[in-house]
Design a protein around this ligand. Structure first.
Ligand code: SF4
Length: 379
């Protein structure tokens, strides 16, 4: 069965709350996955298993993990959840722990739902705990709209049945030692949901409102070709107002540009990668072509090359940097380029360079992929 994706997901909520058209714009782009996302899914499944086993038997059970790090991180998460649960149990024997709880916040966001890794219903506090296995971006629970939407879902399901008046959201991100928590009262949450989330979600579900670039563009699927982002970056540089010296940038000019450099670099990288991907799929950009990028030669059979050089009378003191063979460039210098090429050819390989988009004037021939080479061979 195809996986159902809500248009307005909690995980992308910071983006669509700040830039309401983004969700509809992104919905036309293909889904992508990464080895990191797959690793995170396995870590979550393991964490879930460990907590469920603990609930069933009150024992801490071990299951197979990808590696020791995953084993330790999921143990740590399980223990963190148990500690909060036991703390709430002390306050009331009725405290409950729910794992992988579906949280429906569609009262405020069309089709809005998510899954809480762990939900603990305590005496006056409901806890929502999110296990993050990634380590690229430090996630804070403070003003975290994803967590607040999960809180909305929990409020909708449990609010009428229990007496809690505040919700504490927790981020447990063990690979960078980050544990963050934040508490909001039920009334403050309701106000945010009614006055901010609902109107923005209504706009976002239709793709209405203004595109607003900001740091939430980072994982937007259209970040490379977004006109608002391109305009924002170009205008930001233009607006820096270099009017103090007509010829050279001075300290103040550079100070006004420096804060933009990270975003400018990331935009240039996103746009270059997008253009290259498109060119590899057959799109022709006037004045540009794809060529094979540079790559470094490498010795694929050290022993064979050492023996061959010994046979030709080259001693270790000429060819070795103990205990290793010298670099190819150093060997060429020691042996002589022509001689070295004659001896070393069978032991050296030059991997295919990565495709690169360059101006058409570049001397390198147009790139052909391994599949193209194979097709040429067949013909
Ligand atoms: S790249 Fe940024 S500005 Fe453009 S649609 Fe995405 S979130 Fe909005």
């Amino acid at each position: 069965m195809p996986k159902h994706h809500a248009l307005l997901s909690a995980s992308a909520s910071r983006r669509w709350l700040n830039c309401t058209p983004s969700a509809v714009l992104e919905s036309h782009e293909p889904d992508t996955s990464s080895p990191f996302a797959e690793e995170g899914t396995r870590a979550h499944a393991l964490a879930e298993k460990k907590l469920k086993a603990w609930i069933k038997s009150n024992r801490k059970t071990h299951f197979k993990a990808d590696d020791g790090e995953m084993q330790e991180c999921t143990d740590g998460y399980r223990d963190y959840v148990i500690e909060i649960f036991n703390g709430e149990k002390k306050k009331t024997p009725d405290a409950e722990l729910l794992i992988e709880q579906k949280l429906d916040f569609s009262r405020w966001v069309p089709d809005g739902f998510g899954t809480g890794d762990a939900v603990i219903i305590g005496d006056d506090t409901l806890h929502i705990i999110d296990f993050k296995y990634g380590k690229g971006v430090k996630v804070s629970a403070e003003d975290n709209s994803q967590m607040l939407l999960y809180a909305a879902g929990a409020l909708d399901v449990f609010g009428a049945l229990y007496d809690f008046d505040k919700i504490t959201t927790h981020i447990y991100q063990p690979r960078i030692g980050n544990v963050s928590e934040s508490t909001i009262t039920v009334s403050a949450l309701e106000e945010w949901l009614d006055t901010t989330v609902k109107p923005k979600a209504d706009l976002a579900s239709k793709g209405d409102g203004d595109q607003r670039p900001g740091d939430w563009c980072r994982f937007c699927k259209v970040r490379a070709k977004c006109k608002a982002r391109a305009d924002f970056d170009i205008e930001a540089v233009k607006a820096s107002g270099f009017d103090t010296d007509p010829n050279l940038l001075n300290k103040e000019d550079i100070e006004s540009i420096l804060p933009m450099l990270d975003e400018l670099q990331s935009w240039i990288k996103d746009l270059s990668q997008y253009a290259l991907d498109q060119a590899l799929q057959g799109v022709h950009y006037k004045g540009f072509k794809v060529v094979e990028g540079r790559s470094n030669r490498k010795v694929v059979d050290d022993k064979g090359l050492i023996d061959a050089l010994h046979k030709m009378g080259y001693e270790d003191d000429m060819i070795m940097t103990k205990p290793k063979l010298q670099t190819i460039t150093a060997l060429e210098k020691a042996v002589g380029k022509k001689m070295f090429t004659g001896i070393a050819m069978p032991y050296i390989e030059k991997p295919k360079g990565k495709p690169t988009l360059v101006p058409e004037s570049d001397k390198r021939p147009e790139y052909s992929s391994a599949e193209d080479d194979f097709a040429d061979d067949l013909q």
